[in-house]
Design a protein around this ligand. Structure first.
Ligand SMILES: Cc1cc2nc3c(=O)[nH]c(=O)nc-3n(C[C@H](O)[C@H](O)[C@H](O)COP(=O)(O)O)c2cc1C
Length: 221
C-alpha cells in the first residue's frame, strides 16, 4: 500500500513537472531569428481551418502571413465542432462514419490569387473535414498550392497526397507540418509554440520558394 502511494506520488510529481515545463516552453519567445531570403511570386492567400481552442493552425497561418504577406482567409463551419477534445473526436468520428460532414460557410472566391497556402489541423492523418469540403467546392485549378498543417503527434502522413488528388489542376509544393497539441496539451492550452518557432516556417519557405525563385529566374530582390 505504501509502495503504491509512493509510485502514485512520483507519477503525479512527474506529470506536474512535465505540465509546468510544457507551459513554460509554450510561453517562450518564438520570433524569427533568421531572414526569409526567398521571394513568393504572385498574389498570396493563406486559407486555413483551425478548430481547437488552442488555434494551432491559425497561429502557423499568422506566422506565414507575417513573413510572406497576403490575405488570411479562415474556413468556418456553419455550426462549430463541440469542445472539449473527446466531444470533438466523438462528433467527427460519427460524421466520418455517416459521411454527413457539417457544412462550411460559403468559401470566398479566390480569383486573382496565384499562390494559396492551405492550412488544416490533421484529422485521421489528413485534412480536417471543413478543408475537404472547401476543396470539393474549389479545387484551386491553375494555382500554386502550399499545404501546411498542425498535428497531435502523428504527423501528416496523407495530407499532401490528398491535396494533390483533390487539386489535380494545381501545382502542389512540398508542405510543412508542425506539432500542435495532443489531447493532454489541448487541456493545458499548450500548442505549436511548445514545439516550434517562426524559424521553422522560414526554413521551409526558403527551401520551397528559394528553388522556385531560382527556377523562374526571379532570384533578385
Ligand atoms: C477529430 C480529430 C482527429 C484528429 N486526428 C489526428 C491524427 O490523425 N493525427 C494527429 O497527430 N493528430 C490528430 N488530431 C489532433 C489535431 O491535429 C491537433 O490537435 C491540431 O494541432 C489541432 O489544430 P487546431 O488547433 O488548429 O484545431 C485530431 C484532432 C481531432 C479533433
Amino acid at each position: 500500500m505504501v509502495k503504491f502511494a509512493i509510485v502514485l506520488a512520483v507519477l503525479l510529481a512527474v506529470g506536474v513537472a512535465a505540465a509546468v515545463w510544457l507551459r513554460m516552453r509554450a510561453g517562450r519567445d518564438t520570433s524569427a531569428t533568421i531572414p526569409l531570403t526567398a521571394k513568393v511570386p504572385g498574389k498570396v492567400a493563406i486559407v486555413y481551418y483551425s478548430q481547437s481552442k488552442v488555434q494551432n493552425t491559425a497561429l502557423v497561418a499568422r506566422w506565414i502571413q507575417k513573413h510572406v504577406g497576403g490575405d488570411l482567409i479562415a474556413i468556418e463551419t456553419e455550426e462549430p465542432y463541440p469542445e472539449p477534445y473527446f466531444r470533438t473526436l466523438a462528433t467527427a468520428t460519427l460524421e466520418r462514419r455517416s459521411g454527413k460532414k457539417r457544412p462550411i460557410k460559403p468559401p470566398p472566391a479566390l480569383a486573382g490569387y496565384d499562390v494559396v497556402f492551405l492550412g488544416t489541423p490533421i484529422w485521421y492523418g489528413t485534412y480536417a473535414f471543413p478543408v475537404e469540403l472547401f476543396l470539393k467546392a474549389n479545387p484551386l485549378a491553375g494555382k500554386t498550392v502550399v499545404p501546411f498543417s498542425t498535428h497531435g503527434g502523428g504527423g501528416a502522413p496523407l495530407y499532401e497526397r490528398d491535396v494533390k488528388a483533390a487539386c489535380p489542376a494545381a501545382k502542389v509544393l512540398p508542405g510543412f507540418t508542425a506539432r500542435g497539441s495532443n489531447q493532454v496539451e489541448r487541456r493545458l492550452k499548450v500548442g505549436v509554440t511548445a514545439h516550434h518557432g517562426e524559424d521553422d516556417v522560414i526554413r521551409w519557405l526558403n527551401g520551397i520558394f528559394g528553388a522556385e525563385t531560382l527556377a523562374s529566374g526571379g532570384g533578385e530582390g
